[in-house]
Write a protein that binds this ligand. Structure first.
Ligand code: WAQ
Ligand code: MG
Length: 267
């Protein structure tokens, strides 16, 4: 160990509404700089003025920090969000999610999965067989936390994404989150699209398929988005939630970044 590592998390909100959040794991010497970056990000977020910004720093026990690899990425070209959602459903079913469970989770994300039809702060947990929702709090959901890339892996990733024209924070952060979710015991697949009205892309991720992006999973201007983690049928989500929220993952190996393929082409 050269330097102790810390988890540093930002959360910005307004009137109890979640506006933005971000996660890093950094060495002590990078804490101040990272805190400043996260604060700037909270204050310049496009979705509205933050009334409160929280920055939390936790020392990590080096023995408990897991290491991991990013899933391989590919993009499936779709003409619009309807085609994107149809293709995403196919992939979820192929990954082992029951068709009705995949469909109902997608409908929940599309209509606002929080009570009252708003955006959840975290993810839905969905039984991949029955489609039952298992997250204890339907407004908060489950927040995946304490994950990041090593500096070297981050640089390598940016280089690979640049070549594909995909080097943006949405993609980088979603890949890291997906790596942690995919590594969790009992997760069959993940479905995600952004709540940013101008960011229409989303993905399905599973162990067999990797991270499969669709440029359109919602119409331009739609403020709804979210995540669904599909769990092995019958799984008790308690240990999974502890892992996703509490354990630390530092990704030190990146995956392949493939070019765009057509819907029919399956890697
Ligand atoms: N843990 C669990 N759920 C989260 C987390 C988290 N740490 N962060 C966000 N969410 C949920 C929450 O419901 C958000 O409303 C939703 O996900 C979307 O979050 O081009 O930008 O940060 O390959 O808006 C995916 C496509 C972009 C990237 C995802 O998500 C690409 C994105 P956002
Ligand atoms: Mg967002």
């Amino acid at each position: 160990m050269i330097d102790s590592l810390y988890s540093i998390r930002m959360h910005a909100g307004s009137d109890g509404i979640h506006l933005s959040g971000a996660e890093r794991i950094v060495a002590e010497t990078d804490l101040e700089r990272t805190a400043a970056c996260l604060l700037r990000r909270a204050m310049t977020h496009g979705r509205g003025r933050a009334e409160r910004v929280q920055i939390t720093v936790d020392a990590l026990d080096p023995e408990t920090i897991g290491r991991g690899r990013l899933p391989d990425l590919r993009t499936v070209a779709v003409a619009d969000y309807r085609q994107g959602r149809a293709a995403a459903l196919d992939l979820l079913i192929e990954a082992g999610v029951a068709a009705a469970a995949a469909r109902s989770a997608m409908e929940a994300l599309a209509s606002g999965a929080a009570p009252g039809g708003g955006v959840m702060r975290g993810a839905m947990l969905v039984d991949a067989g029955s489609g039952e929702r298992l997250e204890p709090d339907r407004a908060r959901g489950v927040r995946v936390s304490r994950m990041d890339l090593t500096a070297a892996a981050g640089q390598e990733l940016r280089g690979r994404l640049q070549k594909a024209g995909l080097d943006n924070p949405h993609v980088r952060e979603a890949l890291v989150l997906a790596a942690k979710v995919l590594g969790a015991p009992g997760v069959v697949a993940e479905l995600c699209w952004s709540d940013d009205p101008d960011y229409t892309a989303g993905y399905v991720c599973s162990a067999g398929q990797g991270y499969v992006r669709f440029p359109h999973l919602k119409p331009q201007g739609d403020p709804l988005g979210g995540r669904a983690f599909f769990l092995r049928p019958g799984l008790d989500p308690k240990a999974l939630i502890d892992y996703l929220e509490g354990s630390a993952l530092l990704v030190d190996e990146v995956g392949a970044v493939h070019g765009e393929t057509n819907r029919e082409v399956r890697a």
